[in-house]
Design a protein around this ligand. Structure first.
Ligand SMILES: *[C@@H]1O[C@H](CO)[C@@H](O)[C@H](O)[C@H]1NC(C)=O
Length: 226
């Protein structure tokens, strides 16, 4: 039985050359364990929204390169790019693609329909459609790639739920398809934008100035206000 399964699997892979083969042996079991536990996405987002994120936290987020006011300005920008970077890393991982390459010069031209149509492989198609930003390119005028890396590491430590939400949502879509074709890539990318939107809503609430003052007065002394 097992032998038959593997034969079929190999034939399938050949037929669908150019389509990412399902690694059902690795993804299947992971899915059943993760969906059976009690991860509550809304509760996790609420926790982020209600966090007292202090100036000191902004300083740490930006790698203690600048202080308070600069750290706040930099940090607001850095959080957004770090959330995007985490989403894209998880997206590539779930699609079995190589990790995000180092930053490149910004290409201001969006791929045309004919660029997409003529993409030779599914990976090439993905790369044309991957969410991108000139803030995650060598043309970023505000911070370096290593600042972004520090931001990602801090978010992973402070809000591991962000990566987890992306991962779980991608996994749900991924296991619903046998093989990932272009439509599958599009669905994964739509999922990316949905998750990105809900994470950034939570972060916008966390950064709401009036609520921030009330929240932080409760949980820390005046030094963390200004
Ligand atoms: C920029 O992107 C367009 C559209 O994807 C592509 O046709 C072009 O070759 C790219 N230019 C460079 C320099 O990579």
């Amino acid at each position: 039985m097992l032998a038959i399964f593997f034969v079929c699997f190999c034939l399938g892979t050949n037929v669908y050359a150019g389509v990412i083969a399902t690694t059902s042996t690795t993804i299947g079991p992971v899915d059943t364990t993760t969906t059976s536990d009690s991860f509550d996405e809304d509760a996790e987002l609420k926790k982020i929204a209600e966090t007292c994120f202090t100036y000191t936290n902004y300083e740490e987020l930006s790698g203690y390169t600048v202080r308070r006011f600069y750290a706040l300005d930099l940090g607001r920008f850095l959080i957004r790019e770090s959330v995007e970077a985490i989403g894209v890393i998880e997206l590539r991982t779930m699609l079995n693609l190589e990790p995000t390459p180092p930053w490149k010069p910004w290409n201001n031209t969006d791929p045309s329909e004919s660029d997409l149509e003529s993409a030779a492989t599914i990976q090439a198609y993905y790369e044309l459609k991957e969410p991108r930003s000139n803030a995650r390119s060598l043309d970023n005028k505000f911070f370096y790639e290593h600042n972004k890396a520090t931001g990602v590491a801090y978010l992973d430590k402070r809000f591991p739920a962000i990566r987890e939400i992306f991962r779980r949502r991608f996994e749900k879509v991924r296991v619903s398809m046998e093989l990932v074709d272009r439509k599958g890539i599009d669905r994964m990318i739509e999922t990316y934008y949905k998750v990105y939107g809900s994470v950034m809503d939570a972060i916008a609430k966390m950064q709401d100035w009036k609520k921030y003052r009330m929240r932080c007065l409760d949980s820390c002394n005046l030094y963390c206000i200004v």
